[in-house]
Design a protein around this ligand. Sequence first.
Ligand code: HEM
Length: 228
Amino acid sequence: MRRAYVYKAFERFWHWMQAILIMFLAFTGFEIHGSLSFFGFEDAVKYHNIAASALLILIAFAIFWHLTTGEWRQYIPTSRNIKAQLDYYLFGIFRNAPHPVKKTVLSKLNPLQKLVYFGLKVLVIPVIVTSGLLYMFYRYPQRHGVEGLNIESLQAVALVHTAAAFLLAVFIIAHLYLITTGTTVLSNLRAMLTGYEDLEEEAEEKEEEAIEEAVEEPAEEISSIKNF
Ligand code: HEM
């Protein structure tokens, strides 16, 4: 095992802020929906709108960070080992089987995580943000005498927004369970708090070898062309 710096400072800040905001949005959202009662409807709407604005700002910074650091590549889905990962969560985990995919700094998400996080990023979050903004501003044009946004009724928007909220709530519950399935019960949580995690050296070495090979191959090709 080797101690590696897996989650950078901004990444951890973004992760925890996003977790807090989404849980708060779910709480206030389901109060608006009528499922629970805590702040009172009007305050729930006010707080929901404030948290939504904070989430939008956070999303803008997160997009910038992922694009500029190249970390967005971590989320490219792959079908490789997806069945093995599913088998592990359904059966292997209860028999103390080893993790089928070893975590490395350059590939810190398993194939199921890649798929689910990709789906959240390109589908669920954009849907909840767009429907939320439509919900927020649907009266806005009429209020100022402009008939630009012609939504007859909010029903479809509310339905889509609530459906996406349910999906996110299911994700949070699954995520909380899966946090405990790392090398030890607390290792994933500790890593997202401190940034550091113990990774298997073998997996790291294999990855380094693969990178070296990939870098050497084109160099060899170039020198053989030059010699020719
Ligand atoms: C940028 C993101 C978001 C925006 C702009 C937004 C905006 C809104 C607005 C304007 C409302 C209606 C308030 C009213 O009745 O006046 C609403 C309702 C609601 N929101 Fe959000 N929201 C966002 C994110 C979320 C998230 C992340 C969740 C849950 C995980 C969520 C869950 C809900 C729920 C359950 C309702 C009640 C829907 C209904 O019953 O009609 N929202 N949201």
